[in-house]
Write a protein that binds this ligand. Structure first.
Ligand code: HEC
Length: 235
């Protein structure tokens, strides 16, 4: 009886061992699958390219960005030759002084929920450099990162909302793009919160606040005029 039981146990162990070795022997890792590395040439396609062009007339799922204002913060029919004038400060910041193609109205309704969401996202992504109220004295800056300009001067108080969206989307000077971390709707939420911060720091002046670029009278005079859109296209 005991012997039988032992044999049975050995049998079981042997089966388990076989299964294990066979299983391991036949393992086919995903990294070994037949596939092309990015930009590697292909023998299969006649043009020799493994990276295929998008099929004409198709749009990848989730990429139909037909609401231009919402996805880019830019006006329809922008003037592509418009030069964006800017001044470079002694500390190396690029202060833009004209906003030819930015929209100056929010493309989505501004609700309390939107501003709350913006506060939440701002405190995750922007506060480290721009500080809790947007003076540019965040923790990272206190430890040596270049200091961003304050949101509370006439230049940025009068800057159109599209400019803030553009800065997050494409990056600005020494600030990198946040388009991968922050989806467009959340970028607008952050813009709404920045407007709230601006009002909070300057309640009286804010009543006179305009979002129209033409009224940007107090903007610094450009000492050195460059095209400030150095960070590439719209993402
Ligand atoms: C790692 C630090 C850092 C973070 C994080 C950061 N910024 Fe900046 N930001 C900067 C710096 C530095 C500048 C100035 C860049 C320059 O002029 O070269 C700047 C400039 C700006 C400007 C001013 C552009 C102008 O016209 O002068 C805006 C608006 C702005 N950031 C918004 C944001 C928002 C919104 C977030 C969060 C999504 C954010 N930043 C996150 C460092 C940061």
């Amino acid at each position: 009886m005991l012997k039988n039981k032992r044999n049975y146990l050995y049998g079981l162990l042997l089966t388990a061992y076989c299964l294990l070795t066979v299983g391991c022997g036949l393992r086919f890792d995903m990294q070994d699958q037949p596939r092309y590395k990015v930009y590697k040439k292909s023998e299969w396609f006649k043009d020799g390219l493994s990276t295929r062009d998008q099929v004409v007339g198709t749009v990848a799922r989730g990429h139909l960005h037909d609401n231009k204002a919402f996805y880019t913060g830019k006006i329809d029919n922008p003037d592509l030759n418009a030069v964006v004038t800017s001044t470079v400060t002694s500390t190396g910041n690029t202060l833009v002084t004209s906003f030819p193609n930015d929209i100056d109205e929010f493309p989505i309704p501004v609700t309390k929920e939107l501003v709350d969401r913006g506060q939440d996202r701002y405190n995750i992504h922007c506060i480290v450099c721009h500080g809790p109220v947007g003076n540019g004295d965040g923790m990272v800056v206190r430890r040596g990162f270049p200091k961003p300009p304050t949101y509370h001067d006439d230049r940025l108080r009068n800057a159109p909302v599209g400019h803030f969206f553009d800065v997050m989307t494409n990056g600005w000077g020494r600030m990198s793009s946040y388009s991968y971390q922050i989806q467009p709707a959340d970028r607008w939420a952050i813009v709404a919160y920045i407007r709230a911060l601006q009002v909070s720091q300057n309640p009286e002046e804010s009543l006179k606040m305009s979002t129209k670029p033409e009224s940007n009278a107090a903007a610094p005079k450009p000492a050195e005029t460059t095209n400030a859109n150095t960070n590439g296209g719209n993402r």
